[in-house]
Ligand binder design. Structure first.
Ligand SMILES: O=P(O)(O)OP(=O)(O)OP(=O)(O)OC[C@H]1O[C@@H](n2cnc3c(O)ncnc32)[C@H](O)[C@@H]1O
Ligand SMILES: [Mg+2]
Length: 173
């Protein structure tokens, strides 16, 4: 079975290979950078979800794989507070697109104000922590949960929701 991954981000890729590898056998992966066709920093659930769908669709266009994953991070406002939101999409060969959302967690005001000023969360987190490439490992979620939940783990939950929906669908056929 061919599985395409619409990103080269390490946290996202690991989440997909960890979960898919747990539930399916004889997998070949193709990893490719595809556009999300939304802003670099999505600003709502709608836009973040659409980014995940577009990545899955674009990965499918390029690979015609059996399972095509898109994962996208963004932010959304609730009652004046900025939350990081996370979405995933799984496109199947028959055209079906399954979607699922993951954790929402609060961003501190000093980070939120940088995002409102037009910056991207990834680079802002690197400045905030004085580290490089946070988005590829623990992520903002790792920083703001004292490493209790890292970005891979957060995306693993979304991938599990997607694979679970896929099993439910094929079980019904
Ligand atoms: O290479 P891609 O797949 O694009 O990976 P990415 O890290 O840029 O991830 P997204 O485009 O999905 O995320 C949108 C923005 O939010 C940032 N971001 C989202 N979640 C994050 C997290 O947990 N930690 C750090 N940055 C995060 C990310 O770096 C982008 O600036
Ligand atoms: Mg990105």
């Amino acid at each position: 079975m061919l599985v395409s991954i619409g990103t080269k981000n390490k946290a996202k890729t690991e989440a997909i290979t960890n979960i898919v590898g747990n539930y399916l056998e004889s997998i070949e992966y193709i990893q490719l950078d595809v556009p999300s066709n939304v802003s670099e920093q999505p600003f709502s659930d709608e836009e973040t979800r659409q980014g995940a769908i577009n990545r899955a669709e674009n990965a499918f266009e390029k690979t015609s794989a059996d399972l095509n994953f898109g994962l996208e991070g963004g932010v959304r406002m609730i009652d004046g507070n900025m939350y990081c939101c996370n979405w995933g999409a799984l496109k199947l060969k028959d055209g079906t697109v399954l979607t699922a959302a993951g954790a929402l967690f609060l961003l501190p005001e000093e980070v939120a104000k940088e995002i409102r000023a037009g910056k991207e969360l990834g680079p802002v987190m690197d400045v905030y922590t004085n580290e490089k490439g946070i988005r590829h490992n623990k992520g903002a979620v790792g920083v703001f949960t004292a490493n209790l939940v890292n970005r891979t783990e957060m995306f693993e939950h979304i991938v599990k929701l997607l694979i679970g929906q896929y099993f439910f669908k094929i079980g019904q056929q």
